[in-house]
Design a protein around this ligand. Structure first.
Ligand code: SAM
Length: 285
């Protein structure tokens, strides 16, 4: 397991993923009843952009930094930028928040987050980050097995009928990751059918994704929405040319909230030949 998210924090893929994550959480907050978030592949939770890892790849410069200077953004992007800025000095960007930190900052007192991270150092950093937040439980364990063990969520006497599972694996061995995602999703959808499940996936060569997307569309979810941002044509199997989010059972009108954001992301983060896609793979009834 070599992957370290510090090399990639704040890149175009994080920008898309975290905008979607926060848009889903905002929608969950429209009802008073508590919700539960499971972050299966959580990372360390906060990343210093001046770290050696971050400076080596300079990926954040092609991602979050390009958006920071833009004025008058669609609501979901404004909301995301405010959330990123919240952990930074005014007008500066020294740290980039990971998915569990963004989720926790956005959740209310009654909501709960379970964050899983397999890499011991990353899990320890995440535990320290949330040492004083009793809404958050950090588990140094495999996130896929946590989907089996923790869903449907119940903490004490509270059963959570609604919530979100974020699945954001490193795809170190792509051929192995896709079948794992599909089989764990199938099982989880059976046991916690009303939750939203958001899966991040890389786009290197688009055509290689087709079998995965076909299998995803055949899963027993009520609906499936896809959002993609490709920052350059997918002409190289070696580069991260873009990424997508699959959203099973997305909240009502999430597509409408995301629609104005994608062209703005394409313009701000894209090179020549950049494209976006927002599409229902299976429609809500
Ligand atoms: N979700 C994070 C965010 O948006 O800030 C980034 C996560 S990063 C893409 C993937 C993380 O999953 C890495 O920190 C890696 O150590 C961890 N990981 C790899 N395999 C895992 C597994 N089976 N279960 C839990 N975590 C795993």
């Amino acid at each position: 397991m070599n992957y370290r998210h510090a090399f990639h924090a704040g890149n175009h893929a994080d920008v898309l993923k975290h905008i979607v994550l926060l848009a889903i959480i905002e929608a969950l907050k429209l009802k008073d009843s508590p919700f539960f978030v499971l972050d299966t592949h959580a990372g360390r939770g906060n990343y210093l952009l001046a770290s050696g890892e971050s400076r080596k790849t300079a990926e954040a410069e092609q991602g979050i930094f390009r958006l920071m200077g833009e004025a008058s953004m669609p609501d979901v992007i404004e909301h995301y930028l405010r959330a990123v800025q919240a952990g930074n000095p005014v007008g500066a960007l020294v740290a980039y928040p990971g998915s569990p930190l963004l989720a926790a900052q956005s959740m209310r007192a009654q909501d709960r987050l379970a964050a899983c991270e397999l890499q011991p150092d990353e899990a320890q950093a995440l535990k320290s980050l949330f040492a004083h937040d009793s809404r958050v439980a950090v588990h140094a364990r495999d996130g896929y097995s946590a989907m089996k063990a923790m869903l449907p969520p119940r903490i004490g006497d509270t059963r959570y009928g609604r919530g979100l599972v974020l699945i954001d694996p490193p795809y170190e061995a792509q051929d192995a990751e896709y079948p794992q995602i599909i089989s764990h999703l199938r099982e989880a959808l059976g046991r916690w059918p009303n939750a939203c499940y958001a899966v991040w996936y890389p786009i290197k060569l688009r055509r290689s994704l087709q079998p995965f997307l076909r299998k995803a569309a055949a899963l027993p979810a009520k609906s499936l929405l896809l959002a993609e941002l490709q920052v350059r044509p997918d002409d190289s199997p070696l580069r991260l040319n873009g990424s997508g989010m699959l959203m099973f059972n997305p909240p009502w009108q999430l597509d409408k909230a995301l629609a104005p954001a994608l062209p703005v992301l394409k313009k701000a983060l894209g090179e020549a030949g950049a494209t976006t896609r927002l599409e229902w793979l299976s429609l809500p009834e």
